[in-house]
Design a protein around this ligand. Structure first.
Ligand code: ATP
Ligand code: MG
Length: 411
């Protein structure tokens, strides 16, 4: 894409009430725009990153047979009365009035929709197990929405719901999802600093598990066993003040961001909605459920909190909005144009700074702020070579066109 055509521009400043690093950098670089506290527009650059994050998650969910659906964001009050959460979750629900006195809420989570949905299709043990998921916007009236994408009032969530004949089968799937989550965070470049963490209960089970990314700006405090790569959330430290696996009592305290969690719902919602199946002997039994969340928009904010320097964002390759940032130094440069066309034709996704209206210094400044991993500079000075620099590194190398193509080509 030609940067001269990009409708957004980088900004010198953001409003003073935007205190989080992720919101400051993402707004300045033109990834997101704030409509109100905790409510953001994803601009062309930002949407590219969000979609890449969501597609990595989608691929991994599909790989283990989860089936993608899309449920409504607008939920009738009646569904929320069934498990009594219309009242217990009152503080975070955005409630609305419809025509003729009907009431609704914007969905903060989807057990109230998925459980009655599944009830229409599942009758027998032969229909189990299975899992459905969606990637969608959720709405929560969060009291503190001051951390940019980390805590939105409207935010993105991937939520999987799994359905099983008994608790043993739920446990098997739960462990499989735990492994899938490791792969997801690995692919999102957060693997090394994301810990499976014991947190307070699922329904009827002692613990649920959170995936916590160690980061100074995190709201949560976790206590880590580095040997087992496990954490314990501070909120359950009274119950569990040593490593749940090896008993190590020497846990390391860290701030962290909850990027995902997995939860045994067991029969909480199937009881409320009377979701049953008939077993091999024809006996009616409650279905066991699990739910598994990841917040793609929170992941995007987390990546910025973790990967940045004073000059701007440093995206990992797997989610960068473009593969490379090509900068034309000279105005209306033919060689830069030609190289851009060549790269684009060979399928490399490039942001090309072809702007004639800004100085070279500003182009470099913006490239650092935007944070695309590979920077390529073409000028009359470099002749038939291209100046290459990796974002976050200092050294600049001269490379031939072929070397650059080899480096960037992704089949
Ligand atoms: P938290 O403890 O941070 O409030 P939660 O435990 O309520 O989150 P879930 O309801 O399980 O979170 O949601 C699943 C995932 O959705 C979370 O792990 C997180 O990644 C993401 N998420 C939850 N709330 C928000 C929010 N307000 N903004 C952005 N992402 C969120
Ligand atoms: Mg939580």
């Amino acid at each position: 894409m030609r940067q001269s055509q990009l409708f957004t521009k980088t900004k010198k400043e953001v409003s003073k009430d935007e205190t989080s690093i992720n919101a400051q950098l993402l707004i300045r670089a033109g990834y997101i725009d704030k409509l109100a506290a905790g409510i953001y527009t994803f601009l062309p650059l930002g949407l590219r990153v969000l979609v890449k994050i969501e597609n990595i998650i989608r691929e991994e969910m599909n790989r283990v047979g989860c089936q993608e659906i899309l449920m409504p964001a607008l939920h009738p009050k009646e569904n929320w009365l069934v498990a009594s959460r219309w009242d217990t979750m009152h503080d975070i629900l955005f409630k609305l009035e419809g025509a003729r006195g009907s009431e609704f809420t914007l969905g903060p989570t989807h057990e109230e929709v998925v459980t009655p949905l599944v009830k229409q299709f599942v009758f027998s043990y032969k229909d189990l197990p299975f899992a459905v998921y969606q990637i969608q916007s959720k709405f929560r009236n969060e009291a503190r929405a001051k951390s940019g994408l980390l805590r939105g009032r409207e935010f993105r969530m991937k939520d999987v719901y799994s359905f099983h004949a008994d608790q043993e089968d739920l446990k098997i799937f739960y462990e499989r999802m735990a492994k899938v989550y490791e792969r997801v965070f690995e692919r999102l470049s957060l693997g090394d600093i994301t810990y499976k963490t014991f947190a307070s209960g699922g329904s009827f089970s002692k613990y649920s598990h959170e995936y916590q990314t160690v980061c100074e700006s995190g709201e949560d405090e976790i206590h880590l066993c580095q040997k087992c790569r496990l954490g314990v959330n501070k909120e359950i430290i009274v119950d569990q003040n040593s490593c749940p696996k090896c008993g190590n009592a020497n846990l390391e305290k860290k701030k962290a961001i909850e990027v995902g969690n997995i939860f045994e719902l067991n029969t909480k919602f199937s009881e409320a909605f009377n979701l049953k199946y008939s077993d091999e002997e024809g006996k009616n039994k409650l279905i066991y459920m699990g739910c598994y969340g990841i917040g793609p928009s929170r992941v995007m904010g987390t990546l910025v909190e973790v990967f940045h320097d004073e000059a701007g964002i440093i995206w990992p390759e797997s989610v960068a909005p473009f593969r490379a940032h090509l900068i034309g130094v000279n105005k209306n440069s033919k060689i830069a144009d030609e190289f851009y066309n060549k790269l684009t034709d060979s399928g490399v996704d490039i942001l090309y700074d072809d702007r004639n209206s800004v100085s070279v210094g500003e182009k470099f400044f913006d490239a650092d702020l935007i944070g695309i991993p590979h920077r390529l500079v073409i000028s009359e000075k470099t002749g038939d070579k291209i100046e290459y620099k990796k974002r976050g590194e200092l050294n600049v190398k001269l490379m031939s066109e072929k070397e650059v193509m080899d480096l960037l080509y992704v089949s």
